[in-house]
Ligand binder design. Structure first.
Ligand SMILES: [Zn+2]
Length: 276
């Protein structure tokens, strides 16, 4: 940030800046207050605050779009669409290799390079998460549906990776994706239901049979009882959708109480008789 001689931030006007078309649109409509100009990693960034009003919540969704998150495909929707898997995975693997090479060196410049790469990698993940969350929310909004996603407490067990690939980044990137889905959904008025993730990858959505043997190999699902077969991540997404439907129905069903209602008139107020 440009500073005055005494260290206070300096006010500047008419600074030209560039940005993603979406960002510029949002900024134009919802900018709030002043922005900060910061210098980071050799570049200037304008950090602006915006206040985007939430859309009215769709309280009567037509259905739910179930979302499964995983390593092969970052997100798979119950409709069968996969969201960006291979590209980012390859990129991360390449980065992991470069990282381990730099770690071996352990020199000052290698450390600096490591830091820069970590930042770049985090930015790449963030971009992908923004794109995926935007697509998912748009899809749900367009079709009048809510979004169902898994409680992330369960995702750690599901995401089993070779030790070399295991890292903070994976769990963290799923949390980020969910956070993005939540706020974009809120903005669009799309309800989000979080469901228990237990057995979503082992349960048959057609007959309910739940078994480890339903997953003969990692990417395939084949029900041992009824024969339903399909891509494992889509089956999981369908299970998430079904749980979201159920959760929504339970939470939103009208309260049918069998306790007697209080008598219509138990007050001490004087009764008013209308003359005939
Ligand atoms: Zn089955």
């Amino acid at each position: 940030m440009p500073l005055l001689a005494d260290g206070r931030p300096r006010r500047e006007r008419g600074i030209r800046f560039a940005g993603h078309p979406d960002q510029l649109k949002t900024l134009e409509r919802y900018r709030k207050g002043e922005s900060d100009l910061v210098f980071r990693g050799g570049k200037w960034y304008l950090i602006a605050t915006v206040e985007v009003p939430d859309a009215e919540m769709n309280t009567d969704p037509a259905d739910f779009l179930g979302v499964d998150m995983g390593i092969v495909n970052i997100a798979t929707a119950s409709d069968g669409d996969n969201y960006e898997g291979a590209g980012l995975r390859r990129y991360r693997q390449r980065m992991a290799k470069v990282r381990s090479e730099l770690q071996v060196k352990a020199t000052k410049s290698a450390k600096k390079k490591l830091k820069a790469r970590a930042r770049r990698e985090a930015r790449a993940v963030k971009d992908v998460n923004h794109r995926i969350s935007k697509q998912l929310v748009a899809q749900a909004e367009r079709t009048g549906r809510g979004i169902g996603m898994e409680d992330l407490a369960g995702i750690r067990d599901r995401v089993r990776l070779p030790a070399a690939q295991r890292g903070e980044l994976n769990a963290w990137s799923f949390y980020q994706l969910q956070a993005f889905i939540r706020y974009k959904a809120r903005r669009a008025g799309v309800p989000v239901v979080v469901v228990d993730a237990a057995n979503t990858s082992r349960r048959c959505p057609r007959c309910g049979h739940t078994a480890k043997a339903n997953r003969p190999i990692r990417d395939d699902f084949a029900c041992r009882r009824c024969g339903l077969a399909g891509a494992a991540d889509q089956v999981a997404a369908v299970n998430v959708r079904d749980r979201a439907r159920m959760t929504w129905a339970v939470v939103n069903q009208p309260i049918v109480a069998d306790t007697p209602r209080p008598a219509a008139d138990t007050s001490d107020k004087p009764r008013i008789f209308r003359p005939e």
